[in-house]
Design a protein around this ligand. Structure first.
Ligand code: IPM
Ligand code: MN
Length: 345
């Protein structure tokens, strides 16, 4: 069966890292058909929108989407992102964002005395509602009484599906699920979240649940990352925590992600977490590991388990033996790292 993949390189370093990710996938010898989509900030300047009008049809017509990054200083972020990735997550109802944070051998860790054995976390981020539901508004613009309202939305369905998914992942790993909220200060949505966690826990007797406040969890990630296995949290909280997690696994360039709707026949969107990094775009020095790692998540999702493992093994060996880009202590270019992974798969 041919896998039809939509490739959306996007802005900044997106095209540089996805080029390497695509080469790695092509080197696997699978039947893959790519559709490259020119959407992003440049597209916005000529067309007045971030993606083509029929974007939803186009994406739904593929088995998966590989995304580089969206964002450019020439377009306000809230416009470029609500016109692309945030819209895609909501409209395709990609309600789970899985973000593995594993420290690979050979990658420097900013935490003193910690190594690969201490850092193997999997974040499951609620991806369509919560604090990023997109509900709110502004009035009295420019006046002293101006107001901006941003409403968080927590639905039982939305919370339960992502929590249940996180439990099922924990059951297949080390059997520990940490759920982070802030229900001591915010009394409604997060309290609902906590209650749902307690209810779903009854269906997973083999998983130990740990309910923590998100502020305390941030400290724990730094002090004792080894105590964390699967972490589930709301859209905003897991957004913040996964940047911290990325730093712990060697930096933003290392972090991969999968936007998916488990159990539903909708294409997942796979993307590195680092964003468009306009400061280093065009220099050929961006770390392609997060993007290549994302293809491993994608292949896994497409049922190509062996290919997914091969990509991961090649990445592990390149991180251990080099070449590495400068953000992780090397001097190699984006392409040299791509070459090394290609040679190994
Ligand atoms: C991420 C990014 C996005 C998010 C931004 C670009 C909207 O930071 O994927 O973590 O917060 O979801
Ligand atoms: Mn983020």
């Amino acid at each position: 069966m041919t896998h039809r993949i939509a490739l959306l390189p996007g802005d900044g370093v997106g095209p540089e890292v996805t080029e390497q990710a695509r080469r790695v996938v092509d080197a696997l010898g699978l039947a893959v058909e790519w559709t490259e989509l020119p959407w992003g900030s440049a597209f916005f300047h000529t067309n007045g929108r971030m993606m083509a009008e029929d974007w939803e049809e186009v994406l739904r017509d593929h088995d998966a989407v590989l995304l580089g990054a969206i964002g450019d200083p020439s377009v306000p972020d809230h416009e470029s992102l609500w016109g692309s990735i945030l819209l895609v997550r909501q409209k395709l109802d990609l309600w789970a964002n899985e973000r593995p944070a594993r420290l690979l051998e050979g990658i420097p860790c900013p935490l003193a005395g910690r190594g690969p054995a201490d850092v193997d976390m999997l974040f499951v981020r609620e991806n369509t509602e919560g604090e990023y539901a997109g509900i709110g508004g502004r009035s009295h613009r420019g006046l002293p009484i101006e107001v901006g309202i941003e409403t968080s939305v927590f639905t039982r369905t939305g919370v339960e599906r992502v929590v249940r998914h996180a439990f099922s992942l924990a059951a297949k790993r080390r059997g520990v699920l940490t759920s982070a909220t802030k229900s001591n200060a915010s009394r409604f949505g997060y309290v609902l979240w906590d209650e749902v966690v307690e209810e779903v826990a009854a269906d997973f007797p083999g998983v130990r649940v740990d309910r923590v406040l998100v502020d305390a969890l941030a400290a724990r990630m730094v002090r004792d990352p080894g105590s964390l296995d699967v972490v589930v949290a709301s859209n905003l909280f897991a957004d913040i925590l996964t940047d911290l997690a990325a730093a712990i696994q060697g930096g933003m360039g290392m972090a991969a992600s999968a936007n998916i709707a488990p159990g539903h026949d909708v294409p997942g969107v796979f993307e590195p977490v680092h964003g468009s990094a306009p400061d280093i775009a065009g220099q050929g020095i961006a770390n392609p590991v997060g993007a290549i790692w994302s293809t491993s998540l994608m292949l896994d999702h497409l049922g190509e388990l062996d290919a997914a493992r091969r990509v991961m093994r090649a990445l592990e060996s390149v991180c251990r033996d080099g070449p590495r880009t400068r953000d992780i202590g090397g001097a190699a270019s984006t392409r040299e790292v791509g070459d090394a992974v290609v040679a190994l798969v």
